[in-house]
Design a protein around this ligand. Sequence first.
Ligand code: TRP
Length: 333
Amino acid sequence: MKKEIVVSGIRSTGNLHLGNYFGAMKNYVKMQDEYPCYFFVADYHSLTTHPDPAGLKKNVYKVLAENIACGLDPEKVTLYVQSDIPEIPELYLILNMLAYKGELEKTASFKEKARNQPDNVNAGLLTYPTLMSADILIHKGQYVPVGKDQEQHLEMSRNFAQRFNHRYGDTFPEPLAFNFGTELVKIPSLDGNGKMSKSENENATIYLCDSDEQILKKVKKAKSDQGPTEPNSQMPDYIENLFALMKLVSKPATVDSFTKDFNECSIRYGDLKMQLANDIIQFISPIREKTIAIQNDLPYLHKLMRMGKEKGRESASKTLDEARKKIGINFYC
Ligand code: TRP
C-alpha cells in the first residue's frame, strides 16, 4: 500500500452513467487496492440547489449502492456520507476565514451557477470551493481523482492549504489531481454532441439504472447514416462514438469485425447497434441488479455508513485537533 492519501467526493445528484463508470469509478476501484482512500457522498454540497428532503435521502442511498455495485469495497476504503462527519463543516468555517470574496466570485463554477440559478445565489454556492477544500484537507488528502472541471477548485484548495500553513505552521499537504493513465477516458454521448452527462441529453446517455429496454431504445436511436460509400473512409464523429463505446463493452474481435465492415463499406449500422446494445446490457444489468439489491437492504447500508462514519471521524478529528491547536482554539489541554 502506498502512503499518499486519496480523497474524493461523489455528487449525490443525478443518475450515474457509463461516462461516470469509465471516467471515475473504475479509477476509484483501482485506487482502493493501492492507496488509503476516503470516498464520500457530497450531500452538503447538494444543498446549494435546495433539493427536496425525501429526494436527497433517496439519492444518497442510491449513490452509495451504485458505487458498491461497481466495485468499491467498504472494507477497503473509508466510504461515508459527508454530513456524518461534523469535523468537515468545522474546518470549512476555519478555511472560510482564509478565503477571499474576490477569488470566490471569480471561480468559473460559481459564475456558471450564478448564471443558471440567478434567484438563488447563496453563500454556500460562493464558498463551494472552501467546503471542497475542507473535504480534502480534513484527511490531509494528497491525491484527488477528479476530472478537468474540478481543476480550479483543487488549485484553490492548494492556496487555502498554503495560507493556513503560512499563518499557523506546516499542517496540510497541497492536494493534486490524480488519475491512473495519462488521459481521462471521454465517453461520448449517443447523439454525437459532447459527452454523456448526468443531467443533459438524457436520451443520449446510458445510465447505470437504465432497464434493458431503455438501453436498447437509446442505442437504436443513436445517430447514424447510410454508411460509407468509399472504402477506408474517415469515420464521422457520431459513428466513431459508437465504436468508442463498443471498445469499452464489447470483445476486441467484435470491434475488429465491425471496423473491417466499415472499411469495406459493408457495414450495417442496424447490426452494429444491436450488438452494441446487447453488450451494454450484458455490462450494465448485473450492476443494476446489485444496486437494487443493496438499495433494498437498508440495514446493510446503515451498517456500512456507520462504519465509514467511524473510520472517517477518526482521521478527521485528528486533523481538526491539530488545526485548532495551531490556531490557538484549544482551551482545555
Ligand atoms: N465538486 C466535486 C464534483 O462536482 C465533488 C466533490 C465535493 C469533491 N467535494 C470533493 C471531489 C472533494 C473531490 C474532493 O464532482
